[in-house]
Design a protein around this ligand. Structure first.
Ligand code: CLF
Ligand code: SF4
Length: 298
């Protein structure tokens, strides 16, 4: 599918991440309600936000569902261009299902006309697709760093399934299978799915064409390839291995490889700001920081 169908175009028209022309006009807010995670990515220091959907090295406060609802009400009043409430950490939302689903319910009950958007590593996605659909979550992001088990295995120190830690290619196969199943189920139920990929030079940069074919086959709509950020403060496997932040030429080449497969520029995101799990405002704006600063002053 190389042309954008009308209905999808309408449904992403005011989403600042899924539609590039929307990102200078419409705001999103993240509610930091998900502290736990069910895996250890090789680029993540668990003292900080989920790197799959945010910038490392910036910790967030954690809200409970009622506080999340209050913040959404406050921000909706303050920002008339607010269109999206995103749940992106600081851990994995589906490793914190009770708090996340309760927050979504409370936000839905406000009657505000806002998209609910969720970002996950996909490990627990298949079992929760019906719940996400029931809650009206139409925009879903799944971080998929590789679809070749040998490459993917380099991205995860371990994953936790059925109270057991899985490692290596065994873990990678299980994760990739669940990511594919979850995305396909979500697409089959009318969801619009974005795949995020953390691009690590020397690990998955030669793999983007193959990954983009996989994205196409699953029915996911947007592919967002993000550069690896290596924080000096972070203690991660990739940092210990000496990996460097992704070079901009390598990033451009990877995005070009994905575009060649997906067919149109609009299906490969280039305006991602790797925002915080509590960011508020236009992409690139960090109103949350100002809000925190204000609280301290007050
Ligand atoms: Fe947030 Fe993510 Fe929804 Fe957007 S962010 S949960 S899809 S509303 Fe956007 Fe931020 Fe990039 Fe994410 S710029 S890190 S892609
Ligand atoms: Fe960190 Fe996110 Fe990976 Fe969990 S899924 S280990 S929070 S980057």
């Amino acid at each position: 599918m190389n042309s954008i169908s009308r209905s999808i175009r309408d449904r992403i028209a005011d989403h600042p991440c899924y539609c590039e022309s929307a990102h200078l006009r419409f705001a999103r807010m993240h509610i930091p309600i998900a502290p736990a995670c069910n895996m250890q990515c090789a680029y993540c220091d668990r003292r900080h936000d989920c790197v799959n959907e945010s910038r490392p090295g910036v910790s967030s406060e954690i809200l409970n569902p009622e506080q999340a609802r209050e913040r959404v009400l406050r921000m909706a009043e303050a920002l008339p261009n607010l269109r999206v409430v995103g749940i992106a950490g600081p851990g994995d939302p589906l490793a914190n299902p009770e708090a996340v689903f309760e927050s979504c319910r409370l936000i839905r009950e406000t009657g505000l006309d806002l998209h609910l958007c969720l970002s996950t590593n996909g490990l627990e996605l298949p079992r929760w697709v019906p719940t996400l659909v029931e809650l009206g979550i139409e925009h879903l992001t799944v971080t998929v760093n590789a679809v070749d088990a040998a490459i993917a295995a380099q991205f995860y120190d371990w994953i936790m399934v059925d109270e057991r830690r899985w490692h290596g290619t065994e873990a990678a196969c299980l994760l990739i299978e669940r990511q594919r199943l979850g995305i396909e189920q979500m697409v089959a139920r009318g969801g619009i799915v974005k795949v995020n990929t953390v691009l690590a030079q020397g690990r998955n940069d030669a793999h983007m064409g193959e990954l983009a074919h996989w994205v196409q086959d699953t029915g996911a709509f947007v592919h967002n390839i993000m550069p690896l950020i290596v924080s000096e403060r972070a203690d991660t496997s990739f940092r210990r291995q000496g990996l460097r932040p992704t070079d901009s030429q390598v990033l451009q080449r990877a995005r070009a490889d994905a575009t060649a497969v997906l067919g149109t520029q609009s299906r490969v995101m280039r305006h991602c700001k790797q925002c915080r799990a509590d960011a508020v405002g236009l992409l690139g704006q960090d109103l949350a920081m100002e809000e925190v600063a204000c609280k301290k002053v007050c």
